[in-house]
Write a new protein. Structure first.
Length: 399
């Protein structure tokens, strides 16, 4: 007589396999225009086999009324598929279809891709936990590409530090840190929905805040006055519409008497308290250009290359602000530019804060700074190749 338990076990296993096959067929259909289906499901299986029960640490599988009522279900398989698509696309920029297929057959690449997906899963609660299930404007899911994803994680972790540590809240530059992080999250949210044109003005603001931090970090007296001048701005623009008396007293005592513009002094008068500033800056001292000129002469040589890049992007943002990039032929270009701008500001203030307040770089054992530095190498290489590669793509389309 056959043991019925054997048949029950076999039936249960067959039922589970049929369900998984149906789900995999659904994922192939869902992502068919972005990745080869068999490659997607193969890597997904590899990821889940690698993680095993560990994945329960990073996704909320609990059955709760809140999740049901608010539609907050954490969907690991869908999330993993989006990671696979995003990371694979990031590695395949400028590759031909034949070159992509060759990579997909390469065992070493498949293992590397699965490993990258696993490391991103471990950051889920600081990253994709907050993402939309679908972008508003259809396009590339750039927020699942390695660098933008890591920048989002750094933003949410920095925000956590800024709002939870009492000693950090007393930092005179706290508002600048907060401004960079909130603007950075706004930019990445726009990138998530493919609103690139709206992201550049915010990127310009991020760079302005970052330049200010570079100046103020070593000038505590200037930082105190920066906070005071911000209060003047709020009172003048939002309250009385008049310049406060204390501001007018400082304006009458300004270092550069030949500069008579009160608005410029309202925004940049605190620079009078930066050591050696007016010895260095001879033109337009109360301006962003004056501040950048000061940084060029005061930053260590290893920072000069970064500053030159950011100055270029800062000027470029002004052009984008008055133009339109929403229907750009090459959205990858905006992915490159926005990632580079945010990387220097967000990555560096995270490191700065961690050093100042003895915080770890790691999240769930993953050093996000090392991860971002590693992935920026490939992104910068692709950016350097962009003109030649875009021209090649264009010629292929014309054939």
């Amino acid at each position: 007589m056959k043991d019925s338990r054997i048949n029950d076990t076999t039936s249960w296993r067959q039922w589970a396999e049929d369900i998984q096959k149906s789900k995999d067929d659904g994922f192939r259909e869902l992502f068919k225009d972005k990745i080869r289906g068999s490659f997607l499901t193969s890597i997904k299986k590899q990821v889940f086999n690698t993680m095993g029960m560990e994945i329960f640490q990073y996704y909320d599988f609990r059955w709760s009324n809140e999740n049901i009522l608010t539609g907050k279900d954490d969907l690991p398989e869908y999330d993993v598929c989006r990671f696979i698509v995003g990371i694979h696309q990031a590695h395949s920029i400028f590759l031909s279809l034949d070159e992509i297929r060759k990579k997909e057959r390469d065992t070493e690449y498949r293992e590397h891709l699965a490993k990258e997906v696993v490391e991103k899963i471990k950051l889920h609660k600081y990253g994709s936990f907050f993402f939309r299930k679908r972008e508003l404007i259809q396009g590339r899911a750039f927020l699942y590409y390695p660098v933008p994803y890591e920048l989002f994680v750094l933003c949410t972790r920095t925000y956590e530090l800024l709002t939870s540590k009492i000693n950090i809240k007393q930092d005179v530059c706290w508002l600048l840190y907060y401004d960079i992080i909130t603007k950075g999250l706004a930019v990445l949210s726009l990138v998530e929905d493919n609103f690139f044109g709206s992201a550049y003005p915010l990127c310009r603001g991020v760079l302005e805040m970052y330049f200010r931090i570079l100046v103020l970090d070593k000038n505590l007296e200037a930082a105190r006055h920066y906070k005071l001048f911000m209060e003047f701005e709020i009172e003048q623009s939002c309250c009385s519409q008049k310049y406060p008396k204390e501001f007018m007293d400082l304006f009458e005592k300004r270092r550069k008497r030949e500069m008579n513009n009160k608005v410029d002094y309202l925004h940049y008068g605190w620079l009078d308290w930066v050591d050696g500033y007016h010895d260095t800056v001879k033109q337009a001292p109360y301006s962003m250009n004056g501040m950048i000129a000061y940084l060029k002469n005061s930053l260590p040589s290893k920072k000069q290359d970064e500053l030159s890049k950011l100055q270029y992007f800062y000027k470029m943002c002004h052009g984008y602000t008055h133009g339109s990039v929403q229907g750009a032929i090459y959205p990858e270009l905006h992915y490159f530019e926005i990632s580079i701008m945010l990387y220097h500001a967000i990555r560096n203030i995270f490191v700065m804060l961690c050093h100042k307040y003895s915080e770890e770089f790691t999240i769930n054992g993953a050093d996000v700074v090392v991860m971002a530095d590693r992935d920026m190498v490939e992104l910068l290489r692709q950016y350097e190749e962009r003109i030649e590669k875009f021209e090649l793509q264009q010629s292929r389309l014309q054939k």
